[in-house]
Design a protein around this ligand. Structure first.
Ligand code: ADP
Ligand code: MG
Ligand code: ZN
Length: 199
C-alpha cells in the first residue's frame, strides 16, 4: 500500500484503537520525525487528562513528548496557529467542534495528527471520532494485546473492583478508582444493563 500525502496544503491523519494499542507512541513517533525534519511541531491534549505529567504526552511504555494541555477547542485553534504539524492526543475527549477545528487547521495548510479511542468502554463510537475518521485522509486502527487471551485487542474493558463496569456508567470518569484492560471482541464483557440498553 502506498500513501501519498497531498503535494499542496494540509491533511488529517487519525490514529485510533483501544487503550494500550500504541496510539500515543505512534503519534510521538510521527511528530519526532517531523521535528527532525525541521518542521514547526505543536502537540496538544485535553486538560482533563492528568494521568501522567501535566505537560507531557506520555505513552504507556514511557515515551514522552512535551504537550500543551488545553481546555477548549478555541484555545486549540489559537495555540496551533503557525504550526506546520499539529498533534492532538486523546482527541475523543473534546467537544464535537474539534472536528471543525481539525479541518480548519488542515485546510489552513497544517498536517494534523489526531490520536484517540474509537470506542468507549461499551464499544460505542467515542465522541467526535466517527466524524474525524470520515474526514481523514489517512486512518490507522491499532490493536493492543488482549489481556485475557493474548490475541489482537480492539476494545477497552472498564473494570470496577475487577468486574465489568455497569453499562450506564459515565463515559468519561476522571481520576476514578477503575481499571482498564485491552480485550478482543470475544473476551470483552458487557456490564450490567447492557441488554436493556440494546433492547
Ligand atoms: P495508547 O496511547 O493507545 O493507550 P500507548 O502508546 O500509551 O498506547 O502505550 C502502548 C504501550 O503500552 C505498548 O508499547 C506496551 O509497551 C504497553 N502495553 C501495556 N499493556 C499492553 C497491552 N495489553 N497491549 C499492548 N501494549 C501494552
Ligand atoms: Mg494514549
Ligand atoms: Zn481475547
Amino acid at each position: 500500500m502506498i500513501r501519498i500525502p497531498p503535494q499542496r496544503g494540509g491533511w488529517l491523519e487519525v490514529i485510533c484503537g483501544p487503550m494500550f494499542s500504541g496510539k500515543s507512541e505512534e503519534m510521538i513517533r510521527r511528530l519526532r520525525r517531523a521535528e527532525i525534519a525541521g518542521q514547526r511541531v505543536a502537540i496538544f491534549k485535553p486538560m482533563l487528562d492528568d494521568r501522567y505529567a501535566a505537560i507531557d504526552v506520555v505513552s504507556h511504555a514511557g515515551v514522552r513528548m512535551r504537550a500543551v494541555p488545553i481546555s477548549c477547542v478555541r484555545e486549540l485553534l489559537w495555540r496551533a496557529h503557525g504550526a506546520e504539524v499539529v498533534g492532538i492526543d486523546e482527541i475523543q475527549f473534546f467537544e464535537p467542534s474539534v472536528v471543525t477545528a481539525a479541518l480548519e487547521l488542515a485546510e489552513g495548510g497544517a498536517r494534523v495528527i489526531a490520536a484517540g479511542l474509537d470506542q468507549d468502554f461499551r464499544r460505542l463510537p467515542f465522541g467526535p471520532m466517527p466524524e474525524l475518521l470520515s474526514h481523514a485522509e489517512f486512518v490507522d486502527k491499532l490493536q493492543a494485546v488482549c489481556h485475557r487471551c493474548g490475541g489482537p485487542a480492539t476494545t477497552t474493558q472498564r473494570l470496577v473492583d475487577g468486574r465489568p463496569a455497569p453499562y450506564s456508567g459515565e463515559t468519561v470518569v476522571v481520576g476514578a478508582a477503575e481499571q482498564y484492560e485491552a480485550r478482543c471482541r470475544s473476551c470483552h464483557e458487557h456490564g450490567a444493563g447492557a441488554a436493556v440498553a440494546a433492547a
